[in-house]
Write a protein of this length. Structure first.
Ligand code: C2E
Ligand code: MG
Ligand code: MG
Ligand code: MG
Length: 283
């Protein structure tokens, strides 16, 4: 009786694992051809200066629409692409495309201070990564000092000399670095004093509810103070209401990003958004 129970439990477990495994296989197989089939796109989400209310930059967010699977969230496919190594190719595509999307428009005076691109630790650790970035900037003509790379704490966790060298080389190139999802990792904070980081990006998981959750508010306030004492800039993601935006501004946070200001959108919609009078009303 117990044995039968045990076996059926085991069977269930087995089926789930199998489903999980085959989903991964299907996704990674489909991803491999997504670039050549033109299924990838980039959406750009505006970043807003909280004092000025001005549009200051964008974050490039990868989008994948597969004809067979529909729209797949990067939260689902990025981890798989990292496992298979496919992220190197995807990430290269994003960087090149984002830089070329903005080079002409920026020169025309769109107010863009910085273009931010997310970076996987796998890309970052590839030998020759800095040369690759330099190449893309040369090829596209996008100005080095307007590019920002968003890294997560997991990229820095080992803190080796190699990582430090890569970061310094990027900084020397004029590219700025920010720590994405700051506060969600478990890494030592000692890196803040030795790495060439420009900004900390507060994760949406403790930004969105600062107006109602005292713990979140305390945490966010603490991170902003910490950043300031290190001379770092701060940006909050997941700003969904005016109340939260105002509160962040009072706490001294420099920039905000979130649905309250704008959702991620394709390049054409972004151009419309930036030029619409509605932006001024909203901010
Ligand atoms: P992330 O870099 O932390 O990006 C922020 C995520 O929050 C984005 O999700 C964005 O659409 C979402 N978001 C923005 N404003 C709000 C808001 O007000 N409320 C809420 N609830 N969410 C908001 P998305 O686009 O699904 O991307 C998820 C993650 O996938 C990103 O997190 C990033 O880690 C990764 N990712 C996206 N594009 C790339 C890429 O090109 N390369 C790499 N390596 N990772 C990427
Ligand atoms: Mg990011
Ligand atoms: Mg983030
Ligand atoms: Mg995040």
């Amino acid at each position: 009786e117990a044995k039968r129970h045990g076996r059926s439990r085991y069977a269930f477990f087995d089926i789930d694992l199998h489903a999980l495994h085959s989903e991964r296989c299907v996704l990674s197989e489909e991803l491999r051809s997504a670039i050549v089939r033109g299924e990838l796109n980039i959406h750009y989400q505006p970043k807003i200066g909280l004092s000025s209310g001005a549009f200051v930059g964008v974050e490039a967010l990868l989008r994948w629409h597969s004809p067979t699977l529909g729209s797949v969230s990067p939260a689902r496919f990025v981890p798989i692409a990292e496992e298979t190594g496919c992220i190197v190719e995807l990430g290269a595509w994003v960087l090149r495309r984002a830089c070329s999307d903005f080079v002409g428009w920026r020169a025309g005076g769109c107010g863009l201070e910085r273009l931010s691109v997310n970076l996987s630790p796998i890309q970052f650790r590839m030998p020759g990564f800095v040369d690759f970035v330099r190449e893309v900037l040369d090829e596209t003509g996008f100005p080095c000092d307007r590019l920002e790379l968003e890294l997560t704490e997991s990229t820095l966790i080992e803190g080796t000399d190699e990582i430090l060298r890569t970061l310094n080389d990027l900084a020397e190139l004029g590219v700025s670095l920010s720590i994405d999802d700051f506060g969600t990792g478990f890494s030592s904070l000692s890196y803040l004093k030795k790495l060439p980081v420009r900004a900390l990006k507060l994760d949406k998981s403790f930004v969105t509810n600062i107006d109602s959750d005292v713990n979140d508010r305390t945490l966010v306030d603490g991170i902003i103070r910490l950043a300031r004492s290190f001379g770092l800039s701060t940006i909050a993601e997941g700003v969904e209401t005016k109340a939260v935006s105002d509160m962040l501004h009072q706490m001294g946070c420099d920039q905000g990003q979130g649905y309250y200001f704008a959702k991620p959108m394709d390049l054409d919609s972004l151009k419309d958004w930036v030029s619409s009078a509605d932006v001024l009303k909203r901010l």
